[in-house]
Every structure is written in C-alpha cells, then in structure tokens.
Design a protein around this ligand. Structure first.
Ligand code: DX5
Ligand code: ZN
Length: 209
C-alpha cells in the first residue's frame, strides 16, 4: 500500500508541511483544491499551490473538488502532476477526463460518500484510479465513515472480474485504526491530519504501513 499525504490540515505552515513530506517516506503529495461551489470552502489560488510544490521531487496527486475543473487542469499541467482526480458528481466527467488524458496525466475519479458506486461503472475501464471519499469533501480532520467500505469491496471484485487495472484509493479520516478496516482493499491511502498534526511524519507513516 502506498501513502499519499494531504497538506490541507497541518500544525505546520503549508511550506513547512511540504518540506516535511518531501523528507518523509511518503509516496505522493496529495493536493486538495476546492472551488467554493462544489464544496463550501475555497482554496483554489493555483499559483500559490503550484509554487508550494514547484521544487518537490515526490509525485503529485491532485484532487479537484471543483464543478468546472477544465481550466484548472490545463494550468496545473505545467507542474507535471502524476495524477489528477475529478469528481464523478460533476456535469462533464467524460470531457474533463479526456482533457487530463490528452495532457499525458493519469486520470482519477473521486466519489462522495452518498454517491452510488454504479455511477462509476461506465468509466472504470478507462481510468487509472478511483478515489473513494470516506468523509464529506471540504475539510481535513473529519471522522472516517465506515459505510463506504462496501464500495471498496465492490471495486476490488469488479476489477478482478473484469481484468481491469485501476488503483483503489481511500481519502478521509485515515489513521492507524481506520486503516485496518480498509487495508486489504486499497492500493493507496490518503492521509492528512493523522500525519501532519504530528512532529514525526515518518513515525505516523510507519504506523499506517
Ligand atoms: C477532504 C480532502 C482530504 C483530506 C484528508 O476534503 O479531500 O484529502 O484533506 O485529511 P484527513 O486525513 O485529515 O481526513
Ligand atoms: Zn483529498
């Protein structure tokens, strides 16, 4: 299992947090961007976030909580992210996945806790990762929602039955307890406050792995 670290909620400044993630055993930096429409919070100053990670060596995984992410995708391509996830709940899923793919960036689809997993079905043979939200998107530090676990089971079975290759990622409320409930289904665990609200990032990452 790989670990992606979200710097959304941290006891350090974003600059310090990125530096600490860079020095850690983390596999990815997870960037959360919100438009104030898809979710209440707004943190989509792209220049600011792009500058934060400009010198980073770790691969970047971007999670766009945005209704209309096309322009952001085109701008963010400049920093060569490894993967960009958009949400299945937005209007133009297919179009935005094509934009990401055409930029030679891996494609991800994120799904909110209340959205039915079957909604993803038409896209599963064409994407690189499914990001299952285990909190309502918008804030770091929320409690893990157990009811999303059946989605992980479904995704793993569906992948096997159909010989597909997408990765399964979980995002929200991941800590040393909740990871136990999901670790046999996920390829990537995204964790924010459990890591970044502590001094020793590697100690927290080791507890997850
Ligand atoms: C929630 C974000 C998550 C969040 C994870 O909207 O997508 O990536 O920052 O943070 P924790 O691990 O604190 O729930
Ligand atoms: Zn996220």
């Amino acid at each position: 299992m790989e670990i992606a670290v979200s710097y959304l909620k941290s006891k350090y400044t974003p600059e310090e947090t990125i530096e600490k993630i860079e020095k850690s055993q983390a596999d990815f930096i997870h960037m959360d961007l919100m438009d104030g429409i898809f979710v209440k919070k707004k943190n989509d100053d792209l220049n600011y976030h792009m500058n934060l990670v400009r010198k980073a060596i770790k691969p970047l995984d971007i999670h766009l909580m945005m209704n209309d992410p096309k322009e952001a995708i085109e701008i963010l391509a400049k920093i060569k992210p490894k993967l960009i996830s958009i949400h299945i709940e937005i209007a133009s899923v297919e179009e935005n996945l094509n934009v990401i793919r055409d930029l030679k960036i891996e494609t991800g689809l994120a799904i909110n806790p209340e959205t039915k997993i079957e909604k993803l079905q038409p896209f599963l043979s064409k994407i690189d990762q499914v990001l299952v939200m285990s909190v309502h998107p918008g804030e770091g530090g929320q409690a893990f929602l157990e009811e999303v676990i059946p989605k992980l089971v479904w995704l793993k079975n569906y992948r096997e039955e159909n010989h597909l290759h997408y990765k399964i990622a979980i995002d929200g409320g991941i800590n040393d307890q909740t990871i136990q409930k999901v670790k046999s289904y996920v390829d990537v665990a995204i964790s924010g406050s459990y890591i970044c609200m502590n001094e020793d990032f590697d100690k927290q990452i080791a507890l997850l792995k």
